[in-house]
Design a protein around this ligand. Structure first.
Ligand SMILES: NC(=O)c1ccc[n+]([C@@H]2O[C@H](COP(=O)([O-])OP(=O)(O)OC[C@H]3O[C@@H](n4cnc5c(N)ncnc54)[C@H](OP(=O)(O)O)[C@@H]3O)[C@@H](O)[C@H]2O)c1
Length: 330
């Protein structure tokens, strides 16, 4: 595995980090707890020591699964990245969307990052994860109802108490990052980034490079699409959000698969899968610190972790980039 520091902090994370959203089942058509625990353990055995989760992923389920998976591992050899600010059990802040929990019951998700709420959320996360500190604590989505200064003050308090080591944000634009940094030093921003979703290259990447902030690229496989396994007409399980996600519109699937066929010979030459080529490309992009990759079972987790063995030369990256010029972004 390769490890990188998060921005200017001394927190080192694995460049391939396990993303535990799908492992929690919610919005992905359910979870098989044992398989998810197995996937995390198999990743760890291959050097994926960092795990990203969130309370809202399965309404506690994902954090519990992560807690179970790391039980017995030396705590200082694992980096736990979790979040706050997406609430399902209160109604302050702004309603983000209506949803259903893993049992099919209706729930409403609110974006809320008020001070007392964060302090409470942190206690709940520590309990579910079975630990006494979180390595990176990130706001999940901006909360327009709470001043950023109040949110960061709460996180600063948690840092002073030793419950949190480093502060991060997700889905923040650069003005929100600047505002947050008036209250504390940010390690990172977690944002969507894949071969076919590159909006952050405009502002976030230059800002983070200039200010030495880490970028955690989420959904680098474009939620499975960039593995090449999804064909038009694909039937997703009930409750899987991808059935209505714009990246999975038939014309997009066709366009992305046409591109993937062009880079398939390169993958074959390297004895790699398309997904592995995609993950390596992602972590080679300027400003990208980590690829946060989701997996639902051991096979996927092992394949993703082994992407680290695939190497790409500057010419090969340039070749991929030329093919990408002809693909529509999602
Ligand atoms: N901060 C945020 O707002 C935010 C938002 C989204 C994600 N994230 C983070 O980023 C992580 C990763 O993103 P993501 O899970 O959305 O997308 P992703 O990593 O692009 O895709 C993960 C999905 O692709 C499929 N897959 C993975 N490896 C595969 C393999 N080797 N072969 C075939 N299929 C494979 C699996 O789904 P199937 O097997 O069901 O196809 C898996 O659940 C999340 O877990 C979460 O930690 C954060």
């Amino acid at each position: 595995m390769e490890f990188r520091n998060l921005g200017e902090t001394d927190l080192k994370v694995s460049v391939i980090t396990f993303g535990a959203w799908a492992a929690g089942g919610w919005m992905w058509g359910g979870t098989e707890r044992k398989e998810s625990v197995g996937a995390i353990r198999a990743s760890y055995d291959l050097g994926v020591t960092s795990i990203d989760t969130a309370p809202v992923y399965g309404q506690g389920t994902s954090e519990e699964i992560v807690g179970e998976a790391i039980k017995g591992l030396p705590r200082d050899k694992v980096q736990l990245l979790t979040k706050y600010g997406m609430r399902w059990n209160q109604t302050k802040g702004t309603l983000a969307f209506h949803s259903r929990d893993n049992d099919g019951n209706p729930i409403d998700i609110y974006k809320y990052a008020g001070k007392e709420s964060i302090i409470q959320e942190c206690e709940d996360s520590l309990r579910r994860l079975g630990t006494d500190y979180i390595d990176l604590y990130q706001i999940h989505w901006p909360d327009v109802t709470t001043p950023i200064s109040e949110t960061m003050e709460a996180v600063q308090r948690l840092i002073e108490q030793g419950k949190v080591l480093q502060a991060g944000v997700c889905n923040y634009d650069i003005s929100q990052m600047r505002e947050a940094e008036k209250g504390l030093k940010l390690a990172s921003n977690q944002v969507p980034y894949s071969m076919v979703k590159r909006d952050i290259e405009e502002e976030v990447v230059p800002y983070c490079l200039e200010n030495r902030k880490a970028i955690l690229a989420y959904s680098p496989l474009e939620r499975g699409l960039l593995t090449g396994k999804i064909k038009p007409g694909h039937q997703f399980a009930e409750g899987d959000h991808r059935a209505n996600y714009k990246a999975f519109k038939p014309e997009n699937i066709v366009g992305v698969n046409t591109f993937l066929e062009k880079i398939r010979p390169l993958a074959e030459e390297k004895n790699a899968t398309l997904g592995q080529l995609v993950i390596r490309w992602t972590i080679e992009q300027p400003g990208i610190t980590v690829a946060l990759v989701g997996a639902r079972n051991t096979d996927q987790a092992v394949q993703n972790a082994k992407a680290i063995e695939v190497k790409l030369s500057a010419d090969e990256i340039a070749f991929i980039n030329r093919q990408l010029e002809e693909v529509a972004v999602v």
